[in-house]
Design a protein around this ligand. Structure first.
Ligand code: ATP
Ligand code: MG
Length: 566
């Protein structure tokens, strides 16, 4: 069977863990998660996995999942990104409870808790510069060097911290550090920075703060304030967990202490999922923006024609594990194809047109070619979608590839003397070709068999090929973008360390003179249709009559599995 098995909503290590928590009465049976993106870019396919895990698990346990914008860094964050995150989340099929949370909602509480740590001798103001602090941390197997400011009294630290908050000191001249252990094996515990001084305008708190918390100082505390029970994040935060726990252990929390659990990031072949590098693709003009159909952003995938349901099904299928691995992009595509096969309307379009003239086609009383309406099924997978009529006449466009003047073995489409079926219309036999001065075929001539109306054999004789076509007089001109992988390597950057070395210079081919059957002019913006025999194509949401190839028809995932002997 070529298609992946239906997604199984079985237990995984996180659901098992929560089920055990519930049995033991931990958190009094309450389940609360959160999805905490930093609003410094658009959501990508990796986030989709995290979203499906965070929201999906809350849903399975009748719990709550907040959206929390982790807006602690005013340098890179913008309102626009926050709005886009909400819109993309909704498109993917998830509606977070109101109100949307922001880490910046908790700046006051965080600050008070920082004072609490200072008062208890657990945090101090350091005046070393960033390089010295970093060098003093040492490294793995290498001792740290304590800051000369480490043993200031709580009173002095409290005074300095308040003056930091009140804007008395220059940017970056002081930091607040947690006082944990300069020789801890885990580098995260070597007196991590909690606050930096930076006079920046924040898109929500304005100029109120010149102190901004680090990710680690904000994250677990925000979880605790919201009442998160299970804080799910990706494996790279594994080493941060002791710090996450340390802060929470030393603060007077309003409720239960949340617990962090890590799962594997989603990586896909031929794809990068780092926001920083995706931003570079945009900045360098490699792609046309965050919603370029080659981008693995939700906006890009959506514009490309990926149904949200296919992405959700894919995420359910790959499940949640604790080992990092790279999934085949072809697997994701097979979910896209499976969904579109069920939902997409079939249409006829010719991407590389070649004129086919039927020399025996009748004309009407005033000498014009007769136009016949041919009934064609809209979607064989869904009879309720009915049929449509497509105009047929004596001058047609066929696919250049569907004709060979000198056919190679096993070429069963049109060639001199050969009979084929024009889908839903007639049998036609090639009688002649017209070539230009260079000897290239510019027109194919044929006769049609009037007895084969509807494309049915009149006498049981068989043809080996059924081809799509578009009536030349009725054709709608369109542009079609065909896409290849954005990165040629399966693991971009693996060989040289820079994923941009593996960029595919030919990741898009734009066809400017495609010919479409008339019904395609009415395709709603954003809708995906199947161009018969060619693949699935998404109508651009903004540019009428621009279509993006979503995926081809061939199930490449099945081929990969066959090669791997599965
Ligand atoms: P990037 O490294 O691309 O900037 P990030 O982890 O910094 O990603 P955030 O906006 O902070 O991006 O991520 C929000 C949430 O999404 C986090 O919980 C993070 O673990 C999760 N996430 C990000 N990338 C992936 C991925 N590739 N697979 C699974 N989850 C991811
Ligand atoms: Mg991040």
């Amino acid at each position: 069977m070529s298609e992946p098995a239906a997604p199984a909503a079985t237990g995984d290590f996180i659901r098992d863990l929560i089920a055990r928590d519930n049995e033991a009465g931990t958190f009094a049976g309450r389940v609360q998660t959160r999805f905490p993106p930093e609003p410094n870019g658009y959501l990508h396919i990796g986030h989709a996995k995290a979203i499906c895990v965070d929201f999906g698990i809350a849903d399975d346990f009748a719990g709550v999942c907040n959206l929390r914008l982790d807006d602690t860094n005013p340098d890179t964050e913008e309102q626009e990104f926050g709005d886009a995150i909400l819109a993309d989340l909704a498109w993917l099929g998830f509606t977070p409870p109101e109100p949307v949370r922001h880490a910046s909602d908790y700046f006051d509480q965080l600050y008070l808790w920082a004072e609490h740590l200072v008062e208890n001798g657990l945090a101090y103001v350091d005046e070393q510069d960033a390089e010295t602090i970093s060098a003093g941390r040492g490294g793995y197997g290498q001792e740290g060097v304590a800051s000369p400011y480490r043993d200031r009294s709580p009173e002095e630290n409290l005074d300095l911290l308040r003056r930091m908050r009140d804007g008395e000191f220059e940017d970056n001249s002081k930091v607040l550090r947690a006082k944990i252990d300069m020789n801890a094996e885990n580098m995260q515990l070597r007196d991590p920075v909690m606050y930096r001084i930076r006079r920046r305008h924040h898109h929500r708190t304005g100029d109120r703060w010149c102190l901004y918390p680090t990710y680690d100082w904000a994250h677990g505390q925000s979880d605790a304030i919201e009442g998160v029970t299970h804080s799910l994040c990706t494996l790279e935060f594994d080493s941060h967990r002791p710090l996450y726990d340390w802060y929470l252990e030393h603060l007077p929390l309003p409720g239960d202490r949340p617990r962090q659990t890590e799962f594997a990031r989603l990586e896909l072949t031929h794809t990068i999922t780092s926001k920083r590098r995706l931003a570079r693709l945009v900045a360098d003009g490699v792609v046309d923006g965050w919603d370029d159909p080659r981008m693995p952003t939700l906006r890009g995938l959506r514009r490309r024609g990926y149904p949200a349901k296919a992405i959700r099904d894919f995420c359910a299928y790959i499940g949640v594990t604790r080992t990092n691995s790279r999934h085949s992009i072809e697997l994701l595509e097979s979910f896209v194809r499976r969904e579109l096969n069920l939902t997409a309307q079939r249409r006829m379009a010719v991407l590389r047109p070649l004129k086919l003239v039927l020399t025996n086609w009748p004309t009407d009383a005033v000498g014009r070619p007769v136009v016949e309406e041919v009934e064609v099924v809209n979607n064989p997978e869904n009879p309720a979608d009915g049929t449509r009529s497509v105009p047929f006449s004596g001058e047609l466009w066929i696919e250049r590839d569907d004709f060979a003047a000198d056919p190679p073995p096993k070429f069963f489409r049109l060639s001199p003397g050969r009979e084929v079926r024009l889908r839903g219309a007639y049998f036609v036999t090639c009688t002649d070709v017209v070539t230009d001065d260079a000897g290239d075929v510019v027109e194919v001539r044929a006769t049609y068999d009037p007895a084969s109306q509807g494309g049915n054999s009149p006498d049981g004789r068989k043809v080996k090929s059924t081809m799509h076509w578009v009536s030349a007089a009725h054709a709608v001109d369109a542009s079609v973008a065909l896409y290849d992988r954005l990165f040629t390597a399966e693991a971009p950057g693996e060989a040289t360390g820079d994923s941009f070395d593996d960029l595919n210079p030919n990741s898009v081919e734009l066809i400017a003179d495609a010919k479409l059957e008339p019904a395609l002019a009415d395709t709603p913006p954003g809708e995906v249709v199947q161009f018969e025999r060619l693949g699935y194509f998404a109508h651009d949401p903004r540019t009428p009559l621009l279509f993006h190839r979503t995926v081809g028809l061939k199930d490449e995932w099945a081929n990969i599995q066959k090669r791997q002997g599965r």
